[in-house]
Design a binder for this molecule. Structure first.
Ligand SMILES: Cc1ncc(COP(=O)(O)O)c(C=O)c1O
Length: 404
Protein backbone atom coordinates (compact mmCIF):
# COMPACT_ATOMS: atom_id res chain seq x y z
CA UNK A 1 0.00 0.00 0.00
CA UNK A 2 1.19 3.50 -0.80
CA UNK A 3 2.77 5.32 2.13
CA UNK A 4 0.51 8.12 3.32
CA UNK A 5 1.82 10.19 6.24
CA UNK A 6 -1.52 11.81 7.09
CA UNK A 7 -3.29 8.43 7.23
CA UNK A 8 -0.61 7.22 9.62
CA UNK A 9 -1.34 10.16 11.94
CA UNK A 10 -5.10 9.63 11.61
CA UNK A 11 -4.80 5.94 12.49
CA UNK A 12 -3.28 6.56 15.90
CA UNK A 13 -5.81 6.08 18.67
CA UNK A 14 -5.64 7.68 22.09
CA UNK A 15 -7.43 6.97 25.33
CA UNK A 16 -6.52 9.49 28.02
CA UNK A 17 -6.07 8.53 31.65
CA UNK A 18 -9.79 9.21 32.31
CA UNK A 19 -11.04 8.09 28.93
CA UNK A 20 -10.36 11.47 27.34
CA UNK A 21 -9.97 11.63 23.56
CA UNK A 22 -6.64 13.38 24.06
CA UNK A 23 -3.88 11.78 26.08
CA UNK A 24 -3.56 13.23 29.57
CA UNK A 25 -0.78 15.78 29.90
CA UNK A 26 2.05 14.63 32.12
CA UNK A 27 2.63 17.46 34.55
CA UNK A 28 5.69 16.13 36.35
CA UNK A 29 9.41 16.56 36.03
CA UNK A 30 10.12 13.41 38.05
CA UNK A 31 8.43 10.03 38.59
CA UNK A 32 8.16 7.67 41.53
CA UNK A 33 9.31 4.06 41.68
CA UNK A 34 7.67 1.56 43.97
CA UNK A 35 10.78 -0.59 44.01
CA UNK A 36 14.31 0.81 44.24
CA UNK A 37 15.55 -1.89 41.87
CA UNK A 38 13.23 -0.61 39.12
CA UNK A 39 14.91 2.81 39.34
CA UNK A 40 18.32 1.23 38.87
CA UNK A 41 17.10 -0.85 35.91
CA UNK A 42 15.56 2.23 34.31
CA UNK A 43 18.84 4.15 34.63
CA UNK A 44 20.61 1.32 32.91
CA UNK A 45 18.02 1.37 30.11
CA UNK A 46 16.78 -2.12 30.98
CA UNK A 47 13.20 -1.33 31.94
CA UNK A 48 10.51 -0.40 29.44
CA UNK A 49 7.45 1.67 30.31
CA UNK A 50 8.90 3.44 33.36
CA UNK A 51 9.56 7.15 33.43
CA UNK A 52 12.55 8.53 35.22
CA UNK A 53 12.88 12.25 34.73
CA UNK A 54 11.34 14.47 32.06
CA UNK A 55 14.62 15.52 30.47
CA UNK A 56 14.97 11.87 29.53
CA UNK A 57 11.37 11.19 28.48
CA UNK A 58 7.83 12.01 29.48
CA UNK A 59 4.47 10.51 28.48
CA UNK A 60 3.41 13.67 26.58
CA UNK A 61 6.67 13.86 24.64
CA UNK A 62 6.47 10.18 23.80
CA UNK A 63 2.94 10.60 22.40
CA UNK A 64 4.06 13.44 20.14
CA UNK A 65 7.19 11.51 19.14
CA UNK A 66 5.10 8.47 18.29
CA UNK A 67 2.84 10.53 16.00
CA UNK A 68 5.79 12.15 14.24
CA UNK A 69 7.52 8.80 13.78
CA UNK A 70 4.29 7.52 12.20
CA UNK A 71 4.22 10.57 9.93
CA UNK A 72 7.80 10.02 8.74
CA UNK A 73 7.65 6.22 8.68
CA UNK A 74 10.49 5.74 11.16
CA UNK A 75 10.62 3.38 14.13
CA UNK A 76 10.86 6.15 16.71
CA UNK A 77 11.25 9.88 17.28
CA UNK A 78 12.47 12.22 20.00
CA UNK A 79 10.98 15.68 20.33
CA UNK A 80 13.11 18.63 21.39
CA UNK A 81 12.73 22.21 22.54
CA UNK A 82 13.60 23.65 19.11
CA UNK A 83 14.66 22.64 15.62
CA UNK A 84 18.22 23.68 16.45
CA UNK A 85 18.02 21.50 19.57
CA UNK A 86 17.26 18.55 17.27
CA UNK A 87 19.91 19.43 14.67
CA UNK A 88 22.75 20.08 17.14
CA UNK A 89 21.95 16.90 19.11
CA UNK A 90 22.01 14.71 15.99
CA UNK A 91 25.27 16.16 14.66
CA UNK A 92 27.06 15.98 18.01
CA UNK A 93 25.77 12.46 18.64
CA UNK A 94 27.11 11.18 15.32
CA UNK A 95 30.44 13.03 15.13
CA UNK A 96 33.58 12.95 17.22
CA UNK A 97 36.76 14.96 17.02
CA UNK A 98 38.39 14.62 13.59
CA UNK A 99 35.17 13.71 11.79
CA UNK A 100 33.90 15.42 8.67
CA UNK A 101 30.45 16.36 7.38
CA UNK A 102 29.37 16.99 3.79
CA UNK A 103 26.50 19.46 3.86
CA UNK A 104 24.38 21.24 1.33
CA UNK A 105 25.45 24.87 1.12
CA UNK A 106 21.85 26.10 0.97
CA UNK A 107 20.57 25.33 4.42
CA UNK A 108 18.96 27.31 7.23
CA UNK A 109 21.37 30.03 8.43
CA UNK A 110 21.45 28.71 12.01
CA UNK A 111 22.46 25.23 10.84
CA UNK A 112 25.09 26.79 8.59
CA UNK A 113 26.46 28.84 11.49
CA UNK A 114 26.51 25.76 13.74
CA UNK A 115 28.54 23.79 11.18
CA UNK A 116 30.77 26.65 10.10
CA UNK A 117 31.50 28.33 13.45
CA UNK A 118 30.59 26.02 16.30
CA UNK A 119 31.44 22.41 15.50
CA UNK A 120 35.04 23.26 14.40
CA UNK A 121 35.66 24.00 18.12
CA UNK A 122 35.28 20.24 18.63
CA UNK A 123 37.44 19.34 15.63
CA UNK A 124 34.46 18.60 13.37
CA UNK A 125 34.86 20.11 9.90
CA UNK A 126 32.24 20.59 7.21
CA UNK A 127 32.46 20.91 3.43
CA UNK A 128 29.56 22.88 1.97
CA UNK A 129 28.57 21.73 -1.51
CA UNK A 130 25.97 22.29 -4.17
CA UNK A 131 23.71 19.39 -3.19
CA UNK A 132 22.14 19.27 -6.65
CA UNK A 133 25.54 18.35 -8.12
CA UNK A 134 25.92 14.68 -7.15
CA UNK A 135 29.45 14.44 -8.58
CA UNK A 136 30.54 17.31 -6.34
CA UNK A 137 28.89 15.61 -3.38
CA UNK A 138 30.84 12.40 -4.08
CA UNK A 139 34.08 14.29 -4.62
CA UNK A 140 33.77 15.99 -1.21
CA UNK A 141 33.58 12.73 0.74
CA UNK A 142 36.76 11.84 2.59
CA UNK A 143 37.81 8.91 4.77
CA UNK A 144 36.70 10.96 7.78
CA UNK A 145 33.23 11.82 6.49
CA UNK A 146 30.42 10.60 8.75
CA UNK A 147 27.34 12.55 7.67
CA UNK A 148 25.68 13.69 4.48
CA UNK A 149 23.39 16.59 5.46
CA UNK A 150 20.72 18.43 3.50
CA UNK A 151 17.24 19.90 3.53
CA UNK A 152 14.63 18.23 1.31
CA UNK A 153 13.55 21.66 0.08
CA UNK A 154 16.27 24.13 0.95
CA UNK A 155 16.00 27.35 2.92
CA UNK A 156 15.71 29.85 1.28
CA UNK A 157 16.45 28.92 -2.33
CA UNK A 158 13.97 26.04 -2.56
CA UNK A 159 16.49 23.68 -4.13
CA UNK A 160 15.34 20.07 -4.05
CA UNK A 161 17.62 17.34 -2.73
CA UNK A 162 17.54 14.10 -4.69
CA UNK A 163 17.13 12.03 -1.54
CA UNK A 164 17.04 8.68 -3.39
CA UNK A 165 20.36 9.38 -5.12
CA UNK A 166 21.94 10.85 -1.98
CA UNK A 167 20.87 7.78 -0.04
CA UNK A 168 22.72 5.55 -2.54
CA UNK A 169 25.86 7.67 -2.16
CA UNK A 170 25.53 7.59 1.64
CA UNK A 171 25.14 3.80 1.67
CA UNK A 172 28.10 3.28 -0.66
CA UNK A 173 30.34 5.33 1.65
CA UNK A 174 28.77 4.18 4.95
CA UNK A 175 27.57 7.70 5.80
CA UNK A 176 24.46 8.68 7.72
CA UNK A 177 22.06 10.66 5.54
CA UNK A 178 20.41 13.35 7.69
CA UNK A 179 17.58 15.32 6.10
CA UNK A 180 15.88 18.42 7.51
CA UNK A 181 12.30 18.18 6.23
CA UNK A 182 10.99 21.40 7.81
CA UNK A 183 9.87 22.98 4.52
CA UNK A 184 8.00 19.94 3.21
CA UNK A 185 6.12 18.03 5.93
CA UNK A 186 3.77 15.40 4.39
CA UNK A 187 4.85 16.37 0.88
CA UNK A 188 8.19 14.60 1.10
CA UNK A 189 8.89 11.54 3.23
CA UNK A 190 12.70 11.39 3.38
CA UNK A 191 12.96 8.16 5.40
CA UNK A 192 10.77 6.35 2.87
CA UNK A 193 13.10 7.66 0.15
CA UNK A 194 16.22 6.39 1.95
CA UNK A 195 17.24 8.97 4.58
CA UNK A 196 18.52 7.57 7.88
CA UNK A 197 17.44 10.47 10.09
CA UNK A 198 14.73 13.06 9.50
CA UNK A 199 14.62 16.32 11.42
CA UNK A 200 11.92 18.99 11.66
CA UNK A 201 11.66 22.37 13.21
CA UNK A 202 8.15 21.91 14.64
CA UNK A 203 8.05 25.68 15.01
CA UNK A 204 6.93 25.98 11.39
CA UNK A 205 4.16 24.15 9.50
CA UNK A 206 3.78 21.22 11.89
CA UNK A 207 2.70 23.34 14.84
CA UNK A 208 1.36 25.98 12.48
CA UNK A 209 0.32 28.60 15.03
CA UNK A 210 3.62 30.47 15.58
CA UNK A 211 3.20 30.21 19.35
CA UNK A 212 6.15 27.97 20.21
CA UNK A 213 9.48 26.66 19.04
CA UNK A 214 10.02 22.92 18.88
CA UNK A 215 11.87 20.20 17.04
CA UNK A 216 11.95 16.48 16.39
CA UNK A 217 14.39 13.76 15.37
CA UNK A 218 12.81 10.78 13.58
CA UNK A 219 15.04 7.71 13.26
CA UNK A 220 15.57 4.07 14.22
CA UNK A 221 14.90 2.81 17.75
CA UNK A 222 18.62 2.33 18.24
CA UNK A 223 19.52 5.89 17.32
CA UNK A 224 16.72 7.42 19.40
CA UNK A 225 17.76 5.26 22.37
CA UNK A 226 21.35 6.40 21.92
CA UNK A 227 20.26 10.07 22.05
CA UNK A 228 18.49 9.42 25.36
CA UNK A 229 21.29 7.40 26.92
CA UNK A 230 22.05 8.77 30.39
CA UNK A 231 25.80 8.29 29.91
CA UNK A 232 26.48 9.65 26.45
CA UNK A 233 23.23 10.69 24.76
CA UNK A 234 23.27 14.19 23.25
CA UNK A 235 19.57 14.84 23.87
CA UNK A 236 19.85 13.70 27.49
CA UNK A 237 23.10 15.54 28.21
CA UNK A 238 22.64 18.76 26.23
CA UNK A 239 19.09 18.91 27.55
CA UNK A 240 17.00 20.55 24.78
CA UNK A 241 13.79 19.07 26.15
CA UNK A 242 10.29 20.15 25.16
CA UNK A 243 7.84 20.92 27.93
CA UNK A 244 4.89 18.50 28.23
CA UNK A 245 2.25 21.23 27.98
CA UNK A 246 3.76 22.32 24.70
CA UNK A 247 4.09 18.87 23.25
CA UNK A 248 0.42 18.22 24.04
CA UNK A 249 -0.57 21.37 22.12
CA UNK A 250 1.72 20.56 19.17
CA UNK A 251 0.14 17.08 18.97
CA UNK A 252 -3.32 18.65 18.71
CA UNK A 253 -2.17 20.97 15.93
CA UNK A 254 -0.48 18.11 14.06
CA UNK A 255 -3.89 16.55 13.42
CA UNK A 256 -4.90 19.31 11.03
CA UNK A 257 -1.56 19.45 9.22
CA UNK A 258 -2.84 17.70 6.10
CA UNK A 259 -5.67 20.18 5.62
CA UNK A 260 -3.37 23.13 6.22
CA UNK A 261 -0.63 21.85 3.91
CA UNK A 262 -3.07 21.37 1.05
CA UNK A 263 -4.29 24.95 1.44
CA UNK A 264 -0.77 26.40 1.83
CA UNK A 265 0.25 24.55 -1.35
CA UNK A 266 -2.87 25.55 -3.29
CA UNK A 267 -2.43 29.23 -2.41
CA UNK A 268 1.32 29.26 -3.09
CA UNK A 269 0.88 27.56 -6.47
CA UNK A 270 -1.79 30.09 -7.45
CA UNK A 271 0.38 33.08 -6.53
CA UNK A 272 3.52 31.61 -8.11
CA UNK A 273 1.71 30.98 -11.39
CA UNK A 274 0.11 34.42 -11.48
CA UNK A 275 3.35 36.25 -10.63
CA UNK A 276 5.27 34.24 -13.22
CA UNK A 277 2.66 35.05 -15.88
CA UNK A 278 3.07 38.72 -14.93
CA UNK A 279 6.81 38.48 -15.66
CA UNK A 280 8.23 38.35 -12.14
CA UNK A 281 11.22 36.24 -11.19
CA UNK A 282 9.54 33.61 -9.02
CA UNK A 283 10.94 30.38 -7.66
CA UNK A 284 8.45 27.67 -6.66
CA UNK A 285 8.86 23.89 -6.98
CA UNK A 286 5.39 23.65 -8.55
CA UNK A 287 6.37 25.78 -11.54
CA UNK A 288 7.67 24.03 -14.65
CA UNK A 289 10.41 26.68 -14.72
CA UNK A 290 11.82 25.44 -11.38
CA UNK A 291 15.03 23.58 -12.34
CA UNK A 292 14.00 20.57 -10.27
CA UNK A 293 10.26 20.52 -10.89
CA UNK A 294 10.44 17.01 -12.37
CA UNK A 295 12.69 15.77 -9.58
CA UNK A 296 10.23 17.08 -6.98
CA UNK A 297 7.43 15.25 -8.78
CA UNK A 298 9.41 12.02 -8.60
CA UNK A 299 9.77 12.39 -4.83
CA UNK A 300 6.56 13.89 -3.46
CA UNK A 301 3.34 12.56 -1.94
CA UNK A 302 1.31 14.31 -4.59
CA UNK A 303 -1.88 15.16 -2.71
CA UNK A 304 -0.01 17.63 -0.46
CA UNK A 305 1.28 19.68 -3.38
CA UNK A 306 4.44 21.71 -3.79
CA UNK A 307 4.51 23.44 -0.42
CA UNK A 308 3.83 26.85 1.02
CA UNK A 309 7.14 28.60 0.28
CA UNK A 310 7.97 30.71 -2.73
CA UNK A 311 10.57 33.35 -3.47
CA UNK A 312 10.23 36.48 -5.55
CA UNK A 313 13.06 38.76 -6.61
CA UNK A 314 12.13 42.41 -6.10
CA UNK A 315 15.33 43.56 -7.86
CA UNK A 316 17.13 45.21 -4.95
CA UNK A 317 17.16 45.18 -1.16
CA UNK A 318 15.55 48.65 -1.08
CA UNK A 319 12.67 47.52 -3.28
CA UNK A 320 12.28 44.34 -1.26
CA UNK A 321 12.17 46.33 1.99
CA UNK A 322 9.65 48.82 0.58
CA UNK A 323 7.45 46.02 -0.72
CA UNK A 324 7.48 44.10 2.55
CA UNK A 325 6.62 47.22 4.55
CA UNK A 326 3.77 48.08 2.21
CA UNK A 327 2.38 44.55 2.19
CA UNK A 328 2.35 44.56 5.98
CA UNK A 329 0.65 47.96 6.04
CA UNK A 330 -2.05 46.59 3.72
CA UNK A 331 -2.52 43.58 6.03
CA UNK A 332 -1.34 41.00 3.49
CA UNK A 333 0.92 39.35 6.03
CA UNK A 334 3.71 40.04 8.47
CA UNK A 335 7.29 41.13 7.91
CA UNK A 336 8.66 38.35 10.08
CA UNK A 337 10.98 35.38 9.97
CA UNK A 338 9.65 31.82 10.30
CA UNK A 339 7.02 30.02 8.25
CA UNK A 340 3.90 27.93 8.35
CA UNK A 341 1.55 30.49 9.92
CA UNK A 342 -2.09 31.11 8.85
CA UNK A 343 -1.06 34.56 7.66
CA UNK A 344 1.60 35.06 5.01
CA UNK A 345 5.06 35.78 6.44
CA UNK A 346 7.84 37.42 4.44
CA UNK A 347 11.44 38.45 4.89
CA UNK A 348 14.52 39.15 2.80
CA UNK A 349 16.66 36.16 3.79
CA UNK A 350 19.99 37.68 2.69
CA UNK A 351 19.78 40.10 5.62
CA UNK A 352 17.68 37.95 7.96
CA UNK A 353 17.37 34.17 8.18
CA UNK A 354 20.46 33.55 6.03
CA UNK A 355 22.53 36.52 7.24
CA UNK A 356 24.92 34.06 8.93
CA UNK A 357 26.08 33.08 5.42
CA UNK A 358 28.84 35.45 4.22
CA UNK A 359 27.81 37.79 1.38
CA UNK A 360 30.26 36.26 -1.15
CA UNK A 361 28.87 32.81 -0.46
CA UNK A 362 25.31 34.10 -0.77
CA UNK A 363 26.19 35.46 -4.21
CA UNK A 364 27.80 32.20 -5.27
CA UNK A 365 24.70 30.21 -4.36
CA UNK A 366 22.35 32.67 -6.09
CA UNK A 367 20.91 34.38 -3.02
CA UNK A 368 20.33 37.89 -4.30
CA UNK A 369 19.75 41.05 -2.21
CA UNK A 370 16.24 41.59 -3.51
CA UNK A 371 15.04 38.05 -2.86
CA UNK A 372 11.93 37.88 -0.68
CA UNK A 373 10.95 34.57 0.87
CA UNK A 374 7.20 34.16 1.29
CA UNK A 375 5.54 31.60 3.49
CA UNK A 376 2.09 31.76 1.97
CA UNK A 377 -0.80 31.72 4.43
CA UNK A 378 -4.16 30.00 4.51
CA UNK A 379 -5.99 32.93 2.87
CA UNK A 380 -9.53 31.91 2.03
CA UNK A 381 -9.72 34.11 -1.05
CA UNK A 382 -6.30 33.97 -2.68
CA UNK A 383 -7.27 35.91 -5.79
CA UNK A 384 -8.12 38.88 -3.56
CA UNK A 385 -4.66 38.54 -1.97
CA UNK A 386 -3.01 38.33 -5.39
CA UNK A 387 -4.69 41.52 -6.62
CA UNK A 388 -3.65 43.45 -3.53
CA UNK A 389 -0.06 42.15 -3.77
CA UNK A 390 0.03 43.20 -7.42
CA UNK A 391 -1.21 46.65 -6.44
CA UNK A 392 1.61 46.95 -3.91
CA UNK A 393 4.23 45.92 -6.49
CA UNK A 394 2.91 48.22 -9.16
CA UNK A 395 2.68 51.19 -6.84
CA UNK A 396 6.39 50.70 -6.02
CA UNK A 397 7.37 50.26 -9.67
CA UNK A 398 8.57 46.72 -9.01
CA UNK A 399 7.01 45.32 -12.15
CA UNK A 400 9.40 47.17 -14.46
CA UNK A 401 12.49 46.21 -12.47
CA UNK A 402 11.58 42.56 -12.42
CA UNK A 403 10.98 42.53 -16.15
CA UNK A 404 14.39 43.86 -17.02
C1 LIG B 1 14.84 24.56 7.58
C2 LIG B 1 14.99 24.92 9.02
N1 LIG B 1 15.57 24.04 9.85
C3 LIG B 1 15.73 24.32 11.16
C4 LIG B 1 15.37 25.53 11.69
C5 LIG B 1 15.61 25.80 13.15
O1 LIG B 1 14.46 25.58 13.89
P1 LIG B 1 14.11 26.31 15.27
O2 LIG B 1 13.99 27.77 15.00
O3 LIG B 1 12.84 25.66 15.71
O4 LIG B 1 15.25 26.03 16.21
C6 LIG B 1 14.76 26.47 10.87
C7 LIG B 1 14.35 27.77 11.47
O5 LIG B 1 14.13 28.75 10.85
C8 LIG B 1 14.58 26.17 9.50
O6 LIG B 1 14.00 27.04 8.66
Amino acid sequence: MEFNPADNIQDLQYFGEFGGVNPSISDSSTYTFLAAKSMMDTFEGNLEGCYLYSRHSSPSNLYLGQALAAMEGTEAANVSASGMGAISSVLLQLCSQGDHIVSSRTIYGGTYAFLKNFTPKFGIETSFVDITDLEKVKASITKRTKILYCESVSNPLLEIADIKALSKIAKAHKLTLVVDNTFSPLQISPAVLGADIVIHSLTKFINGTSDTVGGVICASNDFIDSLRNVNDGASMLLGPVMDSLRSASVLKNLRTLHIRMKKHSENALYLAQRFEQDGYKVMYPGLKSHPQHELYKSLYNHEYGFGGLLTLDAGSLEKADDLMELMQERNLGYLAVSLGFYKTLFNAPGTATSSEIPVEEQKEMGLTDGLIRFSIGLDNHIERTYKEMRNCMESLGIITLAKT
